[in-house]
Design a protein around this ligand. Structure first.
Ligand code: TRP
Length: 447
């Protein structure tokens, strides 16, 4: 054991890890990205495939990252070295790269949300929601709020793992749930509620059968994005985790809570969209803002409701953004011996710069989103699964820790074979379809 092992921070409380991981998972992916993916991919049919992906692929894949993290007690790049396979470092490096790209556009979207929080107080978007969204989504103002959000994220990360992240998340998760439940109650009374529920909750098998080529990669991308998989966040968080925790139990809780928030968000957004006559999917990246913003304008006490709603989304986005920045920063600290505050300042400045093009042009934002969610994240998941399933010998042993039930090895062994073959096949298929898709998008954009 080296000195590093002794001094490495651990989560302060047992629940700290789960809360921080939930804080990472719950974010714009649930409240902004999920509804617009459902809208673009045809409603309930997408919801079904997405739920299958979370349960059948997402949770086992989360265990894969936990294994690498807890076993190595390192950031995603050094983890592979520590486990005796330095030649796999490139997977960690890919994750760090992916993190830069995701955080760059994530911060821009979070900047919009920050702006809406303040704009609620004056009712600025109440009159013409879509005109307002279009006026703030691109340009200097978008860059300004992007900068503001990056600074807030950097301040928390600079404070260090326990004080900053754990504390922020303990307040945020319960607040978000309470607020969503309140808004669902309101949405239930709207005249478009029935139509909204129908669209959101009653799947048509025909839609799945004819659109699976587009639903499959979208659902996989959304599952990985929302669970914070594929770039090393869960590796990093699990690296601070004690041996007494059972990885499968914690992973199940994290995925369940996260999925709950998405489903609740949909129960607000779709009744609202049908009530104000905005077709789901037509709003694209602005769907949440135009749809929910337009509805908030109508409720009693709208300024306060809007302020609280968007304020909570900002906090959810913050706890996700800090998880991404933490990976990048812990890498700079461990590998270049940089001081935490300096590393945070340098890295968040670079992320800010990389995000500027997405704050200028929505098409660029969509491109960053597509490249990361449907290609880079599945690629990261695929490679990490290959490593844990086929290359590293002690994976099942790590999963068996912290439980009496699994210690006879049957559950961990079943999991191992499950990730070795079925998961690799499905994620491999997703990758192929996504690569073809992306090629199409790029040729449309540039040729
Ligand atoms: N899961 C977060 C959300 O839904 C975003 C996020 C945080 C993320 N860390 C990640 C996405 C790592 C992919 C990989 O908003």
């Amino acid at each position: 054991m080296s000195l590093e092992d002794v001094t490495r921070e651990k989560w302060a409380t047992r629940i700290g890890f789960i809360l921080a991981a939930v804080g990472s998972a719950v974010g714009l992916g649930n409240i902004w990205r999920f509804p617009f993916q459902v809208g673009q991919e045809g409603g309930a049919a997408f919801l079904v495939i997405y739920l299958l992906f979370v349960g059948l692929i997402g949770i086992p894949a989360m265990l894969v990252e936990f294994v690498v993290g807890r076993r190595s007690e390192r950031n995603p790049i050094n983890a592979f070295d520590r486990l005796g396979h330095g030649e796999w470092r490139f997977v960690g490096a890919l994750g760090v790269f992916t993190g830069f790209v995701i955080l760059a556009f994530y911060s821009v979207v979070a900047g919009w949300v920050t702006r809406y929080t303040f704009a609620s107080l004056t009712g600025a978007y109440f009159g013409e929601p879509s005109v307002y969204f279009n006026s703030i989504a691109e340009g200097p103002a978008a860059i300004g709020f992007h900068a503001l959000f990056m600074v807030a994220t950097a301040v928390i990360v600079a404070a260090g793992i326990q004080r900053g992240i754990e504390l922020a998340v303990k307040v945020m998760v319960p607040a978000l749930l309470a607020l969503l439940v309140g808004l669902i109650g309101y949405a239930f009374t709207l005249e478009g509620a029935a139509e909204g529920y129908q669209y959101y909750l009653s799947p048509e098998i025909g839609v799945i059968a004819s659109n699976w080529m587009s639903i499959l990669p979208a659902a996989a991308g959304q599952a990985f994005f929302t669970l914070s998989l594929g770039m090393g966040v869960m590796i990093t968080y699990a690296s601070y985790l004690g041996e007494d925790r059972n990885l499968a139990v914690d992973g199940g809780w994290i995925a369940a809570l996260n999925t709950l928030v998405s489903i609740l968000a949909g129960l607000v957004v779709f009744p609202v969209l049908f009530t104000i006559g905005v077709e789901p999917g037509s709003g694209g990246a602005g769907e949440l803002f135009v749809g929910v913003g337009g509805a908030i304008a109508q409720v009693p006490g709208s300024r306060l409701v809007g302020f609280v709603f968007f304020g909570v989304v900002v906090i959810a986005a913050l706890s996700s953004a800090i998880s991404i920045l933490e990976v990048l920063v812990s890498y700079a600290i461990d590998n270049y011996g940089m001081e935490r505050k300096k590393a945070t300042a340098v890295i968040s400045s670079v992320v800010f710069l990389v995000g500027i093009p997405t704050a200028i042009d929505l098409d660029v934002l969509n491109l960053y989103d597509q490249i990361t969610a449907s290609l880079l994240l599945p690629l990261g998941v695929f490679l990490t699964v290959v490593f844990v399933g086929w290359v590293y010998p002690d994976s099942a042993e790590e999963v068996a820790k912290g439980t009496s039930k699994g210690s006879d090895g049957t559950l961990p062994t079943a999991w191992l074979w499950y990730i070795r073959i079925p998961i690799l096949l499905v994620v491999g298929l997703v990758l192929v379809i996504s690569a073809i898709d992306l090629y199409g998008t790029l040729t449309d954009m540039f040729l």
